[in-house]
Ligand binder design. Structure first.
Ligand code: BJW
Length: 233
């Protein structure tokens, strides 16, 4: 049996569901009647920036109303106590992993609490409403700051770092993601290719469920703490 040293954990909207944040797909989907694939695009932002800013401003505001749940806390504990390599790659734009204490973490689809100035290309920490006329604190230009979110057709962040971690992974774990969106949905294949063990924890089998060595079906808030206990036990 291969020694288990390096772990890569992919998280999606399902890990934040028990904190009260809506997931993207399904009848109660976050974009209220719109397919996320139709609206989370640079083209949709160019067409109707007011609508898109209003949507993200409301979600940024809502972050102060929610708190990390038992799954975020368990992953933060694993991050603090696991002696080997570990990387939490979240697709989520909320900040619940870091508020739970996770450090070895990256946001591949951007962050609600960040803005991207298209005038000077700076990424700036952002609190409160952004709207269409916000001034960039770096360059002073108004109206050029957009939500620092990776939309469809844009390149996710830190792909090289993610690829490096996957190439060295002994265990790949996917939590609370439906497996609809690439490149994240393909990480399990890379992990399998390098011989890593693969585990998913989700409320229902994801689209790529058949690719995992093991699927645990249930709520992240129950499954993840139990798995972390096994890992550190
Ligand atoms: C629970 C639970 C509980 C509930 N406990 N579980 C054709 C084929 C293949 C690819 C493409 C294609 N055409 C275009 C593409 C590429 C495209 C893509 O994937 N499109 C698909 C629709 C097919 N991807 C891109 O464009 C990406 N960029 C890209 O590919 O660049 C080129 C590139 C090339 C080579 C290498 C690298 C890159 C960019 C994707 C950007 C995604 N952005 C969004 C942001 C939305 C903005 C916003 O936040 O408002 O990211 S879309 C949205 O989906 C968001 C999420 O991070 C992402 C994933 O969703 P997630 O997290 O899986 O959520 P759900 O709702 O789908 O699932 C939740 C799951 O949780 C469910 O299964 C529930 O059952 C479960 N659950 N409660 C446990 N309590």
């Amino acid at each position: 049996m291969r020694e288990l040293r390096n772990i890569v954990i992919l998280t999606g909207a399902g890990i934040s569901a028990e904190s009260g944040l809506a997931t993207f797909r399904g009848p109660e989907g976050l974009w209220e009647g719109h397919r996320v694939e139709d609206v989370a695009t640079p083209e949709a932002f160019a067409r109707d920036p007011v609508l898109v800013h209003r949507f993200y401003d409301a979600r940024r505001e809502n972050l102060s109303q929610v708190a990390p749940n038992a799954a975020h806390a368990a992953l933060a504990r694993l991050d603090a106590e696991w002696p080997g390599g570990l990387l939490i790659v979240t697709q989520n734009v909320d900040d619940l992993h870091e508020r739970a204490g996770a450090k070895r973490l990256l946001h591949m689809h951007g962050e609600l609490r960040s803005g991207w100035c298209r005038a000077c290309d700076a990424r700036v920490a952002w609190e409160g409403a952004m709207g269409g006329h916000a001034m960039c604190p770096e360059c002073g230009v108004s109206g050029a700051v957009r939500p620092d979110i990776v939309w469809f057709g844009e390149m996710p962040y830190e792909m090289e770092r993610i690829d490096r971690a996957l190439m060295e992974a002994d265990l790949f774990v996917s939590i609370g993601t439906s497996g609809n969106v690439y490149p994240a949905a393909g990480f399990v294949q890379t992990a399998k290719y390098v011989g890593a063990r693969t585990l998913e924890m989700n409320l229902e089998p994801s689209l790529g469920s058949y690719l995992f060595d093991e699927s645990r079906i249930g709520k992240a808030g129950e499954l993840v703490p139990a798995w972390v206990e096994e890992m550190l036990g």
